[in-house]
Design a protein around this ligand. Structure first.
Ligand SMILES: NC(=O)C1=CN([C@@H]2O[C@H](COP(=O)(O)OP(=O)(O)OC[C@H]3O[C@@H](n4cnc5c(N)ncnc54)[C@H](O)[C@@H]3O)[C@@H](O)[C@H]2O)C=CC1
Ligand SMILES: O=C(CO)COP(=O)(O)O
Length: 323
């Protein structure tokens, strides 16, 4: 019999993934950090704070006991926001496989997969794609990709999630899949600012296209497979996030452009943290990431959204395919 799948983190995405595991006819153990929150979720069977309207199937159990959650597992889905990933990984048994689902970076701006390996975890994978929790939780059709240097782990994760509602692909390009999800949040913030400034459909399409190009340049510089940026974790997630009413990153950008707080009701907005980390990386390594620069300056409070727009529109004219 297949072992239960621990899903560590009971926000919107962790809850939706636990439901997806149940839909794949596997038992899920949903771990929440706060005992009172876990008790309430176990009783009410609906995550009213982070994913309202989605009932937990009977095959999802809820706990706040991390040790027991992972005790019988081969691998766990790690679904807390990137700021919480280092502490959680440090508390896991070294032999456990970890599937990193956060779309953010480590505190030093590095990759979460590198951090996992530095902590002695050797079975590492990432899961990423155009996957709004609100839709996956409801069983609307979606596709995603699990990438790992360890093909057995990638296939085990695929088997634990695949169902008629969720098509799960595998990839060996862990770096490309991981960083696509990180970058697209920053471009989605810019798209939201465009929405807030009422820049129109041409601007949105141009931003997505040039954003994809920027993502491709960054991924290539770091050694990703050249096609990954055009896959689910790149183009797919960029379109889903930059255009969706569900996206917190897009909504945060829109709020900033309206002069409001970017906070999204206590839900994580990864791009706000990522933009500055990526801009520092680009400056240190001599890479030109103009959209990242504009978003970092605006979210850092140095530029207004209008100044960010001018930074992008008034750059030197050049051939489309050059950079
Ligand atoms: N919401 C979505 O549709 C998707 C989110 N993601 C990614 O998944 C990650 C988690 O996002 P969501 O579930 O949406 O977040 P959320 O904002 O819905 O919930 C965050 C959850 O993490 C908990 N948490 C916060 N800080 C923590 C810490 N230091 N340690 C442990 N738990 C902590 C909170 O109590 C809450 O339960 C993010 O990196 C996000 O980019 C990826 C795909 C889809
Ligand atoms: O990653 C996501 C969809 O694939 C969720 O995006 P937001 O974090 O912007 O809501």
């Amino acid at each position: 019999m297949s072992r239960p799948v621990p899903v560590l983190g009971a926000g919107g995405w962790g809850t939706a993934l636990a439901v997806a595991v149940a839909r794949a006819d596997r038992e899920a153990i949903l771990w929440a950090r706060r005992p009172d929150f876990a008790s309430r979720l176990a009783e009410v069977r609906e995550n009213r704070e982070y994913l309202p309207g989605v009932s937990l199937p009977d095959t999802v159990t809820v706990t706040s006991d991390l040790k027991s959650a992972v005790a019988a597992a081969d691998f766990a889905l790690v679904v807390v926001p990137s700021v919480g990933v280092p502490e959680l990984l440090a508390a896991l048994p070294r032999e456990l496989g970890v599937v990193l689902c956060a779309k953010g970076l480590a505190p030093d701006g590095g990759r979460l997969t590198d951090l996992a390996r530095e902590l002695g975890l050797t079975h590492v994978a990432v899961l990423s794609g155009p996957n709004h929790a609100e839709e996956v939780g409801r069983g609307l059709p979606a596709a995603t990709v699990v990438a790992s240097a360890d093909p057995d782990l990638a296939q085990a994760v695929q088997a634990a999630l695949v169902s008629p509602a969720l098509r799960v692909y595998t990839s060996t390009d862990e770096l490309g899949v991981e960083l696509g999800g990180v970058l697209k949040n920053v471009i989605a913030l810019a798209a939201g600012m465009g929405d807030g400034l009422r820049l129109g459909d041409n601007a949105k399409a141009s931003l997505i296209t040039r954003g994809l190009r920027e993502m491709g340049r960054y991924l290539e510089a770091l050694g990703a497979h050249e096609d990954t940026v055009y896959g689910l974790s790149g183009l797919g997630d960029l379109v889903a996030t930059a255009t969706s009413r569900h996206s917190r990153n897009r909504a945060a950008g829109e709020a900033i452009a309206r002069g409001e707080s970017p906070a999204q009701g206590g839900k994580v907005v990864e791009g706000l943290r990522t933009a500055g980390l990526l801009d520092v990386w680009a400056t240190a390594h001599g890479h030109d990431l103009p959209i990242v620069r504009a978003v970092a300056k605006v979210t850092g409070g140095e530029w207004t959204p209008a100044m960010g727009l001018a930074h992008l529109m008034e750059r030197d004219a050049k051939p489309e395919l050059e950079g």
